[in-house]
Design a protein around this ligand. Structure first.
Ligand code: FES
Length: 101
């Protein structure tokens, strides 16, 4: 699948998380100290909206019950067997593009 523009850097400031809905799927985009990454926006615990969570120290924190995931790998920080999907992203000028599976 090709890359699709999902937001701009202006809407994804340093150390922030953004929820993106696209093609019936939800994604969480992170700006981890200037590196953009994308994960599934659905928490593995009870389906909380990771894209509405917070980013701290490279971890995305679910807003519902505070499960944490490494924003680069999608691995749960507390439960190594749990891992949300990650997706390829790239920045083109001010645009943030996501490769949709
Ligand atoms: S739904 Fe994410 S921690 Fe519970």
């Amino acid at each position: 699948m090709p890359f699709v523009k999902v937001t701009t850097l202006a809407d994804l400031p340093l150390d922030s998380v953004l929820e993106v809905n696209l093609a019936d799927s939800v994604y969480a985009l992170c700006n981890n100290q200037g590196t953009i990454c994308a994960l599934s926006g659905v928490c593995l615990h009870q389906g909380g909206p990771l894209g509405q969570g917070q980013l701290a120290g490279g971890r995305i924190i679910c807003p519902w019950h505070a499960w944490e995931y490494d924003c680069r790998t999608g691995e749960s920080c507390d439960r190594p067997e749990a891992r949300v999907a990650t997706y390829e992203v790239k920045v083109d000028g001010n645009d943030v593009l996501l490769r949709i599976p």
